[in-house]
Design a protein around this ligand. Sequence first.
Ligand SMILES: *Cc1c(COP(=O)(O)O)cnc(C)c1O
Length: 427
Amino acid sequence: MLNLESQYRSMGISDAVLSFCSGIEDRLAERFREIDRVAEANQMKVLAAMQKNRVSDIHFAATTGYGYNDMGRETLEKVYADTFHTEAALVRPQITCGTHALAVALSANLRPGDELLSPAGKPYDTLEEVIGIRDSIGSLKEYGVSYRQVELKEGRSFDYEAIRAAVNERTRVATIQRSKGYQTRPTFSPQQIGELIHFLKSLKPDIICMVDNCYGEFVCLDEPSDYGADMVVGSLIKNPGGGLAPIGGYICGTKACVDRCAYRLSAPGLGQEVGASLGVLPAFFQGFFLAPVVVAGALKGSVFAANVYESLGFDVLPDSTEPRYDIIQAVTFGKPEGLISFCRGIQAAAPVDSFVTPEPWDMPGYDAQVIMAAGAFVQGSSIELSADGPLKEPYTAFFQGGLTWYHARYGIMQSLQKLVDAGIVRL
Ligand SMILES: *Cc1c(COP(=O)(O)O)cnc(C)c1O
């Protein structure tokens, strides 16, 4: 007999938490239907790209060494290009993470004397060293690429006048980050990014617009590449890997831009023709196939978390009703115990390492201690259920992922249970 209450009770969720969370979920039916509709459309988009490119089991074979004539790799790249509606794509296990993909895209398309513009405020932390905002070995700055940044107006919207003033004859590439990442600004929609790109190109038609698309893939019907981006870039251990890709990154864009990326990733003269796939292609294809549905589950988890915690009086970003353009949810607890309990709940809900207790630690590169919850099949994968936050005011947890909606929901229930157990929340 189906008895979810006793099943959840045996997994550490009290009746009070379960009934509170069920009440929240009941209010989200229409919202979840919309998410499902987007997932359905994106599922068909990926499927059509696979059929058009005649994906077949010969494409799942592993290549080694140079990886010449790797038909699976070439077909996968066409599938990505067709899904993102771009001329070309570079999708490789040799791209080790999102930061690496972004570093390749930038360094491949910038030359000494060029200037890189960030027209939408501060980029993701790890890019500071890529660019040379913080000095680092091999940064763009060391190669004579200068950098200019235009802050957002009131921390939210594009400052078109300041952008106009910042673009000059040396401006070669603009880097635009879709997701808020660990900031408190809103995430930009593909349409909003499109308006910015249109404006930049009206000032300087040959400016290359690169979008950091991390955490944004398949959240909407469109991608920034549908709105004029010359390159969209992301990590395969986030959305487009569908939880199955064990490593990797992608760059989709114009043929000219992607060619330069390929020569930069391998070597001048070699380009896209080399790069053995080493047996990861089945996971890349299948993960990409599943990604629209996995992203929908993660998105439901974020919306659910926003509704649960907002109704308990916590600050949440995005809020319970706002439209979503990425899968990240921020919840602000105002005190360290809240953040710590939340992360411990997420960890306790994991399929891997559920028995460990996360502790705040001094992570290199951060000015405060950080607490992280991650019980993932793939190390560091943040399309899997995960949460983290710096131990400093205002004690905000950043939460994302969940390979299935049921798991995301259980993670949120566990987080709430830990807050209740610690006496921080009373239901
Ligand atoms: C995760 C992320 C990155 C970097 O990706 P890694 O795989 O962690 O190197 C860059 N930009 C944004 C917006 C991200 O979310």
